[in-house]
Write a new protein. Sequence first.
Lengths: 391, 292
Amino acid sequence: MSAVTTSEKTVDRPLPPRAPYILETRDLVRHFAADGSLFGDKAVVRAVDGVTLGVRRGETLSIVGESGCGKSTLARLLVRLIKPTSGGILYQGRDISALSEREMRALRRDLQFVFQDPFSSLNPRMTVGAIIEEPMRVHRIGTRAERRRRVRELLARVGLRPEFADRYPHEFSGGQRQRIGIARALASGPTVLIGDEPVSALDVSIQAQVINLLEDLKEEFDLTLILIAHDLAVIRHMSDRVAVMYLGEIVELADTDALYDRPHHPYTQALMRAIPVPSPHARDMVAELTGDVPSPLAPPSGCRFHTRCPHATELCAQKKPHLEASGDNRFVACHHWRSVADSAAGLSEEPARPANAAHRLALYRAWTKKQGQNPATQSPTDQAPTVPSEE
Amino acid sequence: MTDVLDNEANDLLPARSGNRAWKKLKHNRSALLGLILVSFFIVAALAAPILPIADPAATSWSAIRKAPSAAHWLGTDEIGRDILSRMIWGARASLMAGVVSVIVATIIGVPLGLLSGYFGGWIDQVISRITDALLATPFLILAIALAAFLGPNLTNAMIAIGLSAMPKFVRLTRGQVLSVKTEDYVEGARAVGLADFSIISRYILPNVFAPVLVQATLTVATAIIAEASLSFLGLGQQPPDPSWGSMLNVAKNFLTQAPWMAWWPGAAIFLVVLGFNLLGDGLRDALDPREG
């Protein structure tokens, strides 16, 4: 990632200076019972295991991690689509983790969700108009005519024709369906929008459009955005802060630029190294993350990452590191973050080009310009490197 | 960027496909044959009162066990009643028994399946165990037992058949609900703030409807056979009202002297059951979203 992108970003979107938390979790835990053997104890999947996290009003917080690390479970816990095993969820200072379904229903107006799979998230038997109208109907917003008008406005706002309200979901492409899903999420006028990998099921070319749409809507509707993702480029492009999850725990939480420039946790570093660098001179970089994510049925002792960590010591296998402040507004859960962090400074910088290569590139660009073509090189954010995943 | 965005989002959609299922059904020859057979019997049954046919209960001692002729197209039975007329009036009993008992089965079975599949837990345990117990008893035995218990007449036969067919609908619906429940749109409905009842009626039920409809069509055929069997055993339609099953029951005594008395009801049961089965299979193909 070039330095240019970074500086542009800071100018574009200054961080909201320490806005109050709108949504918080306190030591949130969700275990799932797995099928145990006939005799003996039931196995327990520790999907989310002690997450304490605060989301500031108006920010975009991304939660990143490999498949199976519990990030989707965390997203569903945040809007209470599933109940926590223990721990608290605070929305505007009020604990919602123990509310009844009935009490929760009223709050759903404020907390909305965009799903990953646009092909499964829209009821195939309802028209697009009815789908988008549903949240307003449920929360008794406006009259029938007002709701219809709002549906058409929302369709137009997400870039679809208002006439599409009478169509059924199967008539649309994935990108269009995701826009419909976003329109539905906005219909009740939420304050917090949670996206569970909202673009990862879409073509790369469409991803950028939907991401830009989400960014615009965030400004326009004054939303707080929580994004679950594994696409590091998307996250850098969109978020103010990033939380890195590993096996049900948050291992690092920091402002986006700080995290990408100087990751403190060895796992975050490994993720950053997995981003393809658009430079032929960086080809010799070797992925340092080997092996699979350990089973959340039996997470490793001590630091859960120690089985795959190149910096692991005796201490890591024995003592569990807790999330501690590691600088300005950032937190890391690693015993050795001080020494680890130094080894990764400037990790995401593009290596300098040798003079002859730069000269050749300049010649090439001049030539393509003359041919009336677009330069072959694109800005790094158009690429879509992803975290290695099991899928 | 804006240009690209508009293009992607507003590409012209393919022309409306109309009713896709109906189109597929129309091109399926065997389903069409089934539809014709079923329609033929339904029209005949509905038109019975206005057709210029003899009174199905009118006996004639001068025309006992006559073979098919110009006067009696399908012949006469052992007390001289016109078989054509009795066939047409008997179609009412058979079709009504088929349809009404399936309605009974779906009205009880589908809601139980919805509750069982959607809520799970002890509700599911109770409903599923009762269903298992009912399914463990052979369909016809259960129907005969219930009909005998309720008393022999057509209404009770329909109730008995409906109750016996009900567990199949509970199990089918439950299975469908379990698969639909995992779709994101059901979770989405919860995220929007819908209550369970609305989720079941607006999100689950419409999406389990197609397989239930197919099962219902196929079960009509089974129910018609069951009604004929009950009537054959004297547990269904009571004399002198005609029904195909009771006609067969009488005909079995005269198989050598008057075989036509058995031909027609036998053929009618065969054809109407074939019709419902072909139609049901056709509906299954037509409503399957995975095929074209």
